[in-house]
Design a protein around this ligand. Structure first.
Ligand SMILES: Cc1cc2nc3c(=O)[nH]c(=O)nc-3n(C[C@H](O)[C@H](O)[C@H](O)COP(=O)(O)OP(=O)(O)OC[C@H]3O[C@@H](n4cnc5c(N)ncnc54)[C@H](O)[C@@H]3O)c2cc1C
Length: 521
């Protein structure tokens, strides 16, 4: 079978590249190892019939704000894509059983902050106002190839309009740790903890340089634009993309892993599938598979590439994550107040000290005593995902070791995830029960994905790393995945990379797939 481009992997970036190339007249095929498309964006009845759980990503705000969505919006919506907005976006609960949250109504958010610190309430308003004029530049940079003329032009334009002082402040934001940034802007520890929790969605403990950006962006973007989840499940974006791909003449081959990349005179000329079929690619082979699954594996070693391979070898995974999916009789009875039942996310990460400790334990190979929890309540927004009156709960456990060297609490003896995941899930439920008493009695069904289960589900999540590569500064921007190769090319002619391991990294923003396709056409 002959195509202009063959894409390895039907994650949302691979699909975005395929949809965009097909729009520009390329013949494309996407070959996916799993029987389901979507990679880290899948929805499944993981516990009981009628309970639809987002296995990994739940928050689709990045997709909704993406250039890819913007460029294909009408067709995607016509193919069934739907979002459900959250009015109450995220909150944190604290040890004294109070909470602080961000709702799209700024007066509501500010009232909560003002009760803690009137000065911080003013600072929050100022930050939101600044964000209004900064956002086009920051999102513009995150949506430009790195490096590129477009990125340089944007910086130039920002300098002309906002001045040198603004550039310095923005550079500081990009480099600062969450703690340093938040200490410089606010005084109340609860507000700072509420924002810093977003750092742990990536792999930024409060003290890690470069970690300030995500807490800043998530806090300000949720305040300014809100959050969205998928109508019926996060898979709404995948279903719409695969349907649109087919409409545009693309082929999607599921349940058939790519086993080899074919070369002709040193150029990638196609792929060989596990079932023996060969797909020829006249113009490009695009990998949405993690680069470590490609080089030295699907491609075999080549001495002429030794420098690149050695650098890629050092591309680090972030810490692991665990997902606990619960089918519930009702929403959790939050001790901090009924109002929490309306929030899309509730973070159980009550102070920066526990975040730092959990991170240090996890990167040291220990099961954290007190992990940070992201508790997603999708059915608070979208009841269609569960039978009448019932609910699903999405609990992401941050952060965990891929390989277990011990238990920081000294209670769990096993050293394999298969052996201990149930015991560790009980620790998580104990923490949840402190903030939502009686949660265990509400559970109708559960499904637990350890870091290793997540990798089994999607080989790109190496060691359960939900980022497909740490986002620390030495692996981001110009350095993702390897310095000199941040513009999706590889040392092999005709072979390109996209996906979370490449700029602009993890999340559902479809940025790499979309930008790569635009660079190719
Ligand atoms: C638990 C979890 C929760 C998350 N929550 C959020 C969230 O709420 N919001 C958000 O924005 N982001 C979230 N993320 C991050 C986000 O989901 C991912 O960064 C993103 O979906 C990755 O997309 P991708 O296109 O890079 O590839 P992936 O989704 O990783 O897909 C890669 C695909 O390639 C396939 N593949 C690999 N090797 C081969 C091969 N040899 N042959 C064929 N196919 C192959 C895989 O099977 C997979 O389907 C979360 C991630 C995880 C793991």
């Amino acid at each position: 079978m002959k195509y202009d481009a063959v894409i390895i992997g039907a994650g949302h970036n691979g699909l975005a590249a395929a949809v965009e190339l097909a729009k520009n007249g390329w013949s494309v095929a996407v070959a996916e190892a799993s029987a389901e498309a979507g990679g880290a964006v899948k929805t499944r009845e993981a516990t009981l019939p009628g309970f639809r759980h987002d296995l990994c990503a739940m928050n689709l705000s990045m997709f909704a704000g993406s250039a890819f969505f913007n460029s294909n919006k009408d067709e995607l919506v016509a193919h069934g894509l739907g979002f459900v907005p959250a009015v109450h976006c995220f909150a944190s609960v604290f040890r004294d059983h109070s909470y602080l949250g961000v709702s799209t109504d700024i007066e509501k958010t500010v009232a909560g902050i003002a009760a803690l610190s009137p000065g911080d309430a003013r600072a929050w308003r100022e930050m939101v106002a600044e964000f209004g004029s900064d956002a086009p530049y920051i999102f513009g940079l995150l949506g430009s190839p790195m490096p590129s003329f477009a990125a340089a032009k944007l910086v130039w334009k920002a300098w002309r309009q906002k001045g040198t002082g603004w550039l310095y402040e923005t550079a500081k934001l990009l480099l600062a740790s969450p703690r340093d940034f938040l200490d410089s802007r606010f005084e109340n520890p609860k507000l700072k903890a509420m924002m810093a929790a977003w750092g742990l969605h990536l792999d930024f403990a409060p003290e890690v340089a470069g970690g300030a950006l995500f807490p800043y962006l998530e806090s300000m973007a949720n305040q300014s634009f809100g959050m969205v989840i998928g109508q019926g499940g996060a898979d709404t974006i995948i279903n719409a993309m695969t349907a649109l791909l087919k409409t545009r003449g693309g082929d999607l081959l599921l349940g058939t892993a790519v086993e080899k990349i074919e070369l002709e005179n040193g150029r990638a000329s196609g792929v060989r599938l596990a079932d023996g079929r060969v797909l020829t690619a006249n113009r490009a082979v695009i990998s949405n598979a993690h680069p470590k699954l490609i080089f030295g594996k699907l491609l075999g070693r080549d001495p002429s590439r030794a420098g690149f391979d050695a650098k890629l070898e050092k591309f680090r995974a972030g810490p692991g994550t665990m997902m606990i999916h619960l089918a519930l009789d009702g929403l959790p009875d939050w001790r901090a107040g009924e109002a929490l039942k309306h929030f899309a996310y509730v973070h159980i990460a009550p102070d920066m000290e526990m975040m730092s400790k959990a991170y240090a334990e996890a990167v040291g190979g220990l099961l954290p005593v007190e992990p940070a929890l992201v508790v997603g309540q999708p059915t608070a927004l979208d009841p269609s995902r569960a039978p009448d009156g019932k609910h699903v709960l999405w609990v992401q456990v941050r952060v965990l070791p891929a390989e277990i060297r011990g238990d920081a609490k000294g209670e769990i003896e096993g050293r394999t995830w298969d052996g201990i995941k149930d015991a560790y899930a009980e620790r998580v439920l104990d923490i949840l029960d402190i903030h939502a008493p009686g949660i265990r009695s509400q559970i109708l069904g559960r499904s637990i994905f350890s870091p290793i289960d997540l990798e089994r589900e999607n080989p790109n999540l190496i060691g359960g790393d939900n980022l497909s590569g740490s986002h620390h500064l030495d692996q981001n921007f110009l350095f993702r995945p390897v310095a000199g190769y941040s513009r999706y090319k590889t040392p092999v002619k005709g072979l390109y990379l996209c996906g979370a391991s490449t700029w602009p990294g993890a999340g559902t923003g479809a940025g790499s797939g979309f930008m790569l396709a635009q660079m190719l056409v």
